[in-house]
Ligand binder design. Structure first.
Ligand code: ATP
Length: 293
């Protein structure tokens, strides 16, 4: 069965056994099994050769049929290769917006298109193969570092695993572990910091080389090394893939191609750091207050 189960589904199975109380972005990964109605449409075709354009058209979403809408008539376009920082108050719907792209949830109204294809018209497996997801709280399963990186692509060679780790700026800390790539991690293995776990997750995503990457930056303080490393990785890969980052750090936000400010009222601002500062609105206030975004 192993090879037939798509990587995201496997990831979810691992994520499900992780501890309770995971923050937003991880939460939606646990929910997939609870959504039996999300399945391939009868005429779904595989999504291939994706360039990475993402478009939200009048998207509304509520978690429950009679529940409050988290998103209302949202419109957003992200160009191939663009890095967009999503900022806004907790609960505004940033994680939810991201979760709709790989169809972890189904939109209540409107549509989401990737390269012009409605995500409901393509097969789930092919859709999710195009999308790398790096949650805030990464769950590592019992096994070696290499196993944990390789698991999105079990046939990857050692050289490919290492190349992915290098791109994720994880290679140096892995090398410094007692057994390098063979070091056991997970509950019984060595303890890795949040930042190190996130870099492994990034390596995992890079190994499958998806044209779209969704990343939830850690809110908790990372060691400075990890924080810089994650950022450096994202920057190196800028332009090569579409990156949607739920950004909690000003440095990430400042270097993004575009910043989208999401509040309870929807997208209230959209532009570059300079543009939004000049505008003197919500983003400028956030920035002036010196608050972590
Ligand atoms: P944070 O930065 O705190 O993660 P966010 O902007 O990502 O916040 P979401 O996590 O998308 O916001 O949450 C938006 C709203 O949807 C919140 O009111 C939240 O309580 C609600 N919500 C999130 N996940 C679920 C769920 N699985 N079921 C029901 N409601 C949910």
């Amino acid at each position: 069965v192993g090879v037939l189960v798509d990587p995201v589904q496997r990831f979810v199975n691992f994520a499900r056994v992780a501890q309770e109380g995971l923050p937003g972005f991880t939460r939606f990964m646990q929910i997939m099994d609870l959504q039996p109605e999300i399945a391939d449409a009868p005429h779904a075709t595989p999504l291939t050769g994706v360039r990475g354009r993402i478009e939200f058209r009048d998207v509304s979403f509520a978690y429950a049929e009679d529940g409050e809408h988290v998103l209302r008539g949202l419109n957003l376009r992200v160009q191939p290769g663009e890095t967009v920082a999503l900022v806004g108050p907790s609960g505004a719907g940033k994680s939810t917006l991201c979760a709709l792209i790989p169809r972890f949830y189904e939109v209540t109204a409107g549509s989401i298109l990737i390269d012009g294809h409605d995500v409901r018209d393509v097969t789930l497996a092919s859709l999710r193969r195009q999308i790398g997801v790096v949650p805030q709280d990464v769950y590592l399963f019992a096994g070696s570092v290499a196993d944990n990186i390789r698991y999105g692509r079990p046939d990857a060679t050692d050289a490919e695993v290492e190349a992915a780790a290098r791109r994720a700026h994880a290679h140096d800390f892995i090398r410094a572990l007692p057994l390098g790539y063979d070091t056991e991690v997970g509950q019984r293995g060595v303890m890795l910091s949040g930042g190190q776990r996130q870099r492994l997750s990034l390596a995992r995503a890079f190994l499958t080389d998806p044209p779209i990457l969704l990343l939830d930056e850690a809110t908790s303080a990372l060691d400075t090394g990890s924080e810089r490393a994650v950022q450096a990785a994202l920057e190196t890969l800028r332009g090569h893939r579409t990156q949607l980052v739920i950004a909690h750090r000003l440095s990430t936000v400042r270097t993004a191609d575009r910043i989208v400010v999401l509040t309870e009222d929807g997208i209230v601002e959209d532009g570059t750091h300079a543009q939004l500062l000049a505008r003197g609105g919500a983003y400028a206030q956030l920035y002036d207050s010196g608050q972590a975004v």
